[in-house]
Design a binder for this molecule. Structure first.
Ligand code: TXA
Ligand code: MG
Length: 315
């Protein structure tokens, strides 16, 4: 199927209220048309996702925002101008028109304009935006390739668009922007440094803070989990005692493991994190071991956030 036929198939499916797995620059999403309430139900059902976890609405044009929000603070507008299309989700006061199932009953809605060229084309061809969580079963590792979506949903009855490997590799930064205050609810590819330098261009210096995950329901302590346990060790090597403790805690009958090795550069590490977790989980080992690297370049905060939630045990 040519890329063009894939794009028109995806547009048709979404217009008619069926789900489509779409590639984005962060991770693959499971998209449903927000004008079709059945599609939204289907997303939660397919992912086995609890209803307290709100969905992100994906737009292709900035004028779609008007119908979705009741206010668009100056700080949020600056961020949208600067980072959209891109890996940034803005949490904004929602309009009455947004289905409360999408927002999990909150009075805000998360909105993002992704930059992946195929998905961008789809979103710009559609009449309405789509809601799209990451295309994985709830609590599991997010997919960064078409094959990952297929292995998450072996009996998938929805169309999966192949857009290659996701360039960023981890989910968007989720940010609430209000007057003079920027809250990072989920750390992601766009960090505090980049946000600050964006505001500097406008000679504004809002307060930027990372806030606890309760502000972003669904960003739960156990998340992004691979199919076999991930153990996070602060030590460079394992002692016999460490191994015994792992065996006891995880109730394992044998102790075969492999290291999750990541590049020291944060952006490169993010690009391979989930595919490495998936690759290792398919080998015949009992657990995956991650040892905090000694040399780190760039902003590792979002990576540590994902690794923390993906780990079953810390030693
Ligand atoms: O990069 C991404 O954001 C990917 C791609 C597909 O766009 N999507 C994604 O969606 O990661 P999901 O459903 O896996 O994560 C959405 C999270 C929620 O769990 C919650 O933490 C936060 O975004 N969120 C969404 N709407 C929110 C709201 N109104 N207030 C606070 N947090 C919200
Ligand atoms: Mg997710």
């Amino acid at each position: 199927m040519s890329v063009w036929s894939q794009i028109s198939a995806a547009v048709r499916e979404l217009e008619e209220g069926r789900l489509v797995a779409i590639p984005t620059e962060t991770v693959y999403g499971l998209a449903g048309n927000i004008e079709h309430p059945d599609s939204i139900d289907q997303i939660f059902k397919t992912k086995e996702r609890p209803f307290f976890d709100p969905l992100i609405v994906h737009i292709g044009r900035i004028n779609q925002l008007e119908a979705l929000v009741s206010d668009f603070p100056k700080e949020a507008k600056i961020l949208a101008d600067h980072f959209w299309p891109g890996p940034l989700t803005l949490v904004l006061p929602r309009s009455e028109k947004v289905d409360s199932k999408i927002t999990a009953g909150l009075d805000s809605v998360g909105i993002r304009m992704p930059s992946h060229p195929l998905t961008r084309r789809i979103l710009r061809s559609l009449k309405s935006p789509v809601a799209a969580p990451s295309a994985n079963r709830f609590g599991k590792t997010s997919p960064t390739q078409k094959e990952h979506v297929e292995s998450e949903f072996p009996n998938a009855d929805f169309f999966i668009l192949d857009g290659g490997s996701s360039d960023r590799g981890i989910e968007s930064s989720v940010i609430r922007a209000s007057e003079n205050r920027i809250e990072i609810l989920r750390p992601g590819p766009i960090g505090a440094e980049e946000i600050l330098s964006c505001f500097r261009e406008y000679s504004i210096c809002p307060k930027i803070e990372y806030v606890k995950s309760e502000a972003a329901p669904g960003h739960t302590p156990y998340h992004y989990q691979p199919d076999i346990p991930l153990v996070w060790s602060s030590r460079p090597t394992m002692s016999a005692d460490d191994l015994m403790s792992i065996q006891r805690n995880l109730q394992l009958s044998s102790l075969q493991y492999r290291y999750l090795e990541l590049p020291s550069d944060a952006q490169q590490a993010a690009r391979v994190l989930y595919s490495e977790l998936r690759r290792l989980a398919k080998t015949s080992i009992d657990f995956i071991l991650f040892s905090t690297p000694t040399e780190l370049k760039g902003d590792w905060r979002p990576l540590f956030d994902r690794l923390e939630r993906a780990s079953s045990l810390h030693i």
